[in-house]
Write a protein that binds this ligand. Structure first.
Ligand code: ATP
Ligand code: MG
Length: 722
């Protein structure tokens, strides 16, 4: 039996109060790094060990699959026992599980399949085509957004009021999409939640069964729950057994419908709810924490929390001001190397950026420096072309009516089935309300198809049917291996691609077989799911990159959004520029800037010991070169916490560049004073000497005598002062 003392020994007073709070509604409202997630883990263990609650009666909701896995392993190590029966997962994961267990009540076929975002857009695109709408006027992504936001507010197509042509058409696409999904047994991400909500509402007995089962439900990152997620919580927990933890300052998914208001709603709906505040931060140095507090203080309408640390001041925050994104990336790579030489492992380091497109240049610099890295939540293993091809074969074996899968592989590899023939099939399916597979099998018995098309289709149908035989007789990994080869995709890539590219496809396909092997081993543990079903669901729901998981230690690259809840000794926040961060788009929306600032707060508070902020004066992004000024967020950090670093050599000598600390007056932040006679360099005009200037700061105009190009007036931010 576990020593219950150890469960509370490693906690401070308010944390202890939260962990041991009776099984009545509890809200832990606290800033970053104050131990909210830790409280949840200990509370689960406490309820199991001290209150003798069965793990079977506890449900914990996390924000990512990775967080769920981490939470499970922490509970396991606290209790020194297996956590079988304990449900921990994301909202989507839990909803998915409930739908699998009760697919009949949810009016879904047993073999329903989860549609990932990419597939969803493809399907919407096809429906727009089927409806003979102009896909330029009706971009599929925009309509997908329309559908998803309505679903996230619990609204089916019929319930949408439509008074104008625009909404009417979007609504019509939504209706067709709904019936197409129903016919094909496909469920997109927001549908997982909506379906589950309807399942519980329409089946009171079933709901009752879960109310009895889940005596206590715990939710992490509560500030980012959206409308439907909150409704789902209400439907699952009508009683008092609920704990939620959150931080209003870290609400960063408003653009996706998250509602900070849920924090207030919670205290009204679960009455009387105890609110506990945690104020001690255990994660960061006081320098990092002061910077975070200073930035977030610029937001109004906060619930107001104090955060302090007894930790050391630590090192100042480094601010590196680069000429352009390439040089910025090189600085990051070289600094990562230096930290590594200071005895930190690459696993301890993270590079965070606002926009996914920033990663490419960083990756190139890391590759050049031979620094191992992985992109977290970015380029997903299960989203790679060869993996999706293979998975779509598996999906068809599992569910012939999965139109999205059918569309992807019917001509991959090529089987001589042309666009025209496919159009006939689609048309027929649409008219008869059939899935594409059903349409093909029916049309095969008529004379409507050409001989060539017929033979292509017959072979395809026979092949999938044969694969099903294999599925029935073998283990999952054997089936995956069979499907990869028999479908011809292995050969297709082998013939189409060479060298590294082919090698990586091959390795990925082999990795897929490996991943399937794990599911064979897990098979006995899962309730009510075949290994194929759980493997396919895993593929659709998984956000991590499984391949890199097993690799050597590496630096993590990720967007600021996906860094939520994580911590690293060394953090780089790159691209600290106006219009990039805060993002241009957010500046036009009400509340947008505040949400960006919260995102900045999330970023800063990921750092435990060392934080570096970088910006580039000039950046090529999305094919355009832009000049950018320093992000206001950097300016909001008190000067005394920052160590400005700048390059000492010119652009051209960049290869041997060395970095040195600049005095504040020299730094980019206060670069107002210029010295006549100063060396200047410019990427195009080369070296020159400053001979006059007007104004100050980044917008000053400088007159420069270039060695080659002669005298020119240029804006300060276009040149580098030596
Ligand atoms: P975030 O808001 O970023 O999700 P959080 O409030 O969930 O942060 P945790 O991740 O739970 O914070 O904790 C932050 C760090 O502080 C972790 O490394 C955790 O182990 C440590 N920590 C929390 N409480 C204590 C404590 N009482 N004693 C020692 N370390 C602690
Ligand atoms: Mg947390």
């Amino acid at each position: 039996m576990i020593d219950t003392k150890t469960l509370i020994q490693q906690l401070n007073e308010p944390q202890r109060e939260a962990v041991t709070h009776p099984e009545s509604p509890l809200l832990v409202l606290a800033g970053a790094g104050s131990g909210k997630t830790r409280v949840l883990v200990h509370r689960i263990a406490w309820m199991a060990a001290v209150n003798s609650m069965s793990l079977h009666s506890i449900l914990a909701v996390t924000f990512t699959n990775k967080a769920a896995a981490e939470m499970r392993s922490r509970v396991e190590s606290l209790l020194s026992q297996s956590t079988r029966g304990l449900w921990i997962g994301t909202f989507h994961g839990i909803a998915h599980r409930l739908l699998r267990l009760h697919h009949n009540d949810a009016q879904l076929p047993e073999a329903f399949q989860v549609l990932d975002t990419d597939d969803q857009v493809r399907l919407v695109k096809r429906i727009i085509k089927d409806l003979r709408l102009d896909d330029k006027q009706w971009p599929a992504r925009q309509t997908t957004w329309f559908i998803n936001s309505h679903k996230e507010e619990g609204r089916r197509a019929v319930a949408i009021p439509a008074h104008d042509d625009f909404t009417l058409t979007q609504k019509r696409i939504y209706e067709h999409y709904e019936s197409q999904c129903q016919r094909s047994g496909l469920v997109d991400f927001p549908e997982l939640l909506l379906r589950t909500l309807e399942l519980l509402k329409e089946n009171p007995e079933l709901a009752e069964q879960y109310h009895r089962r889940f005596q206590h439900v715990l939710v992490d990152e509560f500030q980012d729950t959206n409308d439907i997620q909150y409704q789902l919580i209400r439907a699952l927990v009508p009683h008092q057994g609920i704990t939620v933890v959150g931080d209003d300052d870290q609400s960063i998914y408003g653009w996706r419908g998250a509602r900070i208001e849920n924090l207030n709603q919670f205290t009204q709906d679960y009455h009387p709810a105890k609110t506990i505040r945690l104020e001690q931060n255990y994660r960061s140095t006081s320098t990092v924490l002061r910077a975070a507090n200073a930035v977030i203080a610029n937001n109004l309408d906060r619930l107001g929390k104090e955060l302090w640390t007894s930790g050391e001041a630590g090192e100042p925050i480094v601010h590196y001001h680069a000429f352009n994104e390439i040089e910025e990336a090189r600085y990051v790579a070289e600094s990562l190397r230096e930290y590594h030489e200071r005895d930190l492992t690459f696993n301890d380091m993270a590079v965070l950026y606002r926009s996914n497109a920033q990663s490419r240049v960083l990756e190139e610099a890391l590759i050049r420096e031979r620094i191992p890295y992985r992109i977290y939540g970015g380029l997903r293993f299960f989203e790679r072309a060869e993996i999706k091809d293979a998975l779509c074969y598996l999906r068809l074996i599992f569910n012939r009516n999965d139109d999205a899968a059918f569309e992807r592989v019917i001509n991959t590899p090529a089987r001589g089935i042309g666009e025209k023939t496919l159009a006939i099939i689609r048309e027929f399916a649409l008219k008869q309300e059939l899935s594409l597979w059903q349409a093909v099998t029916q049309l095969l018995t008529t004379t409507e198809l050409s001989g060539r098309a017929k033979s292509g289709f017959s072979q395809f149908v026979a092949m999938i049917n044969e694969m099903e035989q294999v599925a029935n007789q073998s283990l999952l990994h054997q089936l995956v291996e069979h499907a990869i080869h028999d479908s011809g995709i292995f050969r297709m890539y082998q013939e189409k691609e060479k060298g590294e590219k082919w090698l990586s496809r091959k390795e990925n396909l082999e990795e897929l077989i490996n991943a399937a092997r794990e599911f064979d081993e897990l098979a006995e543990e899962e309730e009510a799911m075949s290994p194929l079903a759980s493997f396919l669901s895993h593929a659709a729901l998984e956000s991590g990159d499984t391949q890199a998981e097993a690799e050597e230690e590496c630096v993590q690259l990720m967007t600021l959004h996906s860094a939520k809840g994580l911590e690293f000794p060394v953090v780089f926040m790159v691209g600290m520029e106006e219009k990039l961060f805060p993002h241009q788009m957010s500046l036009d929306e009400p509340g947008g800037l505040e949400e960006e600032r919260r995102l900045c707060y999330v970023g800063i508070t990921r750092a435990m010991q060392f934080l570096t902020l970088t910006n580039a004066e000039k950046r090529r992004l999305h094919g355009k070169e832009v000049h950018a000024s320093l992000s206001r967020f950097v300016r909001e950090i008190p000067d005394d916490l920052i160590k400005p670093i700048r390059i000492t050599r010119s652009w051209h000598g960049a290869q041997q560049a060395s970095y040195q600390q600049a005095s504040p007056s020299q730094s980019a932040r206060s670069a107002g004073a210029f010295q006549i006679g100063q060396n200047v360099s410019h990427p195009k005009f080369g070296q020159g000497i400053l001979i006059d200037f007007e104004g100050e700061g980044d917008t000053a105009r400088l007159q420069i005598n270039f060695e080659q190009a002669g005298i020119k007036w240029l804006i300060r931010s276009y040149v580098e002062l030596g």
